[in-house]
Design a protein around this ligand. Structure first.
Ligand SMILES: [Ca+2]
Ligand SMILES: [Ca+2]
Ligand SMILES: [Ca+2]
Length: 183
């Protein structure tokens, strides 16, 4: 739970920082003369800018305190311990700092998680009982039928839900759905 909260905070931070805020640092008065082709390495170029933005002392690495300062500038409070943990997570060579590669890995992992969470939410919304915030046997059955799985009965769906219904209320919450999708 704590890890998830932290990572979503970091994702928000990346959204706030990149690419517009980072772009503001390069002081071009007009946007029109930056006619760089929007090629395939556009995204990693943006991330490089974010990296250099975070790297305050310019040593090519992001220390936990630099990460923390960057987060604070973006309006995210992060404790020294959290910053150290976030760095440690992607620190491949164990020097306690993020190299460019480490940073790209961290961002990629973050983007992957966000993407996964988004598609899970979409999937959940498709199966969810309208306005109830949960998947019921009826709503699951209805959606499966719509998807062409017409041999699924409400009883089948109830059984299916039972297997992943951790709190036993007969319906799937998003958390339970998430657990189910891991298998
Ligand atoms: Ca640095
Ligand atoms: Ca490192
Ligand atoms: Ca439940």
């Amino acid at each position: 739970m704590m890890v998830a909260d932290k990572s979503s905070g970091f994702g928000r931070f990346l959204c706030m920082l990149s690419p517009k805020k980072a772009a503001q640092k390069s002081d071009s008065p007009t946007h029109s003369n930056t006619s760089t082709p929007r090629g395939s390495n556009n995204k990693s170029g943006e991330l490089e800018r974010v990296f250099h933005y975070l790297d305050e002392n310019g040593d090519g690495k992001i220390s936990p305190s630099e990460l923390r300062n960057g987060m604070r500038a973006a309006g995210e409070d992060m404790s020294a311990e959290e910053a150290a943990a976030a760095v440690e997570l992607s620190d491949s060579d164990g020097d306690g700092q993020l190299s460019m590669d480490d940073f790209l890995k961290l961002v990629e992992a973050e983007a992957g998680e966000e993407e996964k969470a988004r598609s899970l939410r979409d999937a959940f919304a498709a199966y969810e009982m309208d306005g109830q915030g949960c998947i019921t046997p009826k709503s699951l059955c209805r959606t499966l039928n719509q998807l062409g799985q017409s041999d699924w009965t409400v009883q089948d769906c109830a059984k299916m839900i039972q297997r992943y219904d951790l709190n036993g209320d007969g319906v799937l919450s998003f958390d339970e759905f998430q657990t189910m999708m891991r298998f």
